[in-house]
Write a protein that binds this ligand. Sequence first.
Ligand code: SF4
Length: 251
Amino acid sequence: MTRDRRDLALLHGRIRACTKCVAAGWLERARPIVAGKASDAIAIVGQAPGSVELQTGFPFSGRSGVVIRKWMAEAGLGEDELPYRTAITKCFPGKAANGAGDRRPSPAEIALCVLWLEEELAILRPEVVLLVGQLAIERYWGRVALDEAVGRSRRDGDRVYIPLPHPSGTSRWLNEERNRALLRRALRILACEVERLRVEEKLSERREPSTAARGSRPPRSASRTSARPSSPVRAAPRRSAARTPSRATGT
Ligand code: SF4
């Protein structure tokens, strides 16, 4: 087992044992949910698990998961190539007070939980990060309307951020044809990145180094050969407050 796999396994253990939001009075019960491998080159960052994920213990296993798998397939990713799946907060936050979807995690919960996400990304060093839904977009892209982010990408060093709408059926954003066109454009951007990772042999079973010092894989920039033009990434807003209600359901 490489150092990255060990580190990620240890981190997953710490995350799954986390009860910080229960201790702080934000949740009655903690059941942190995360899934993926240290070798994953693509990571999905969603909002929070939903009630189905609470039952199954796997991210994106409800209706949102069906939709996200369809999107991944459109971008050329098979079921056995599903990206690393995590979220801004790792526990089901409960239903929204108005009954429309799940409750959006509060800024205080996000502040408690997002440190886990930062540790995950530090170990994983994904080359592509899919920002699924407004909360993830706000954190890593900025507070903008969905139609100002979806359909675009930004490179930050070796990492490409690609915003996507939340696949929840409670979102009405995709009801408009022009927004569906933005989604198709975003998936084409992802398809280009998937193809690049395939060419660079980074998509599957990659970077399990046998020779790297200390059992750690080499920097991902070492074999980068192409760069699709993309606008520069801004400094990620840290712990931004959540202002607009969310109806997202399931990660
Ligand atoms: S939401 Fe995050 S910080 Fe809160 S209990 Fe779950 S894992 Fe811990």
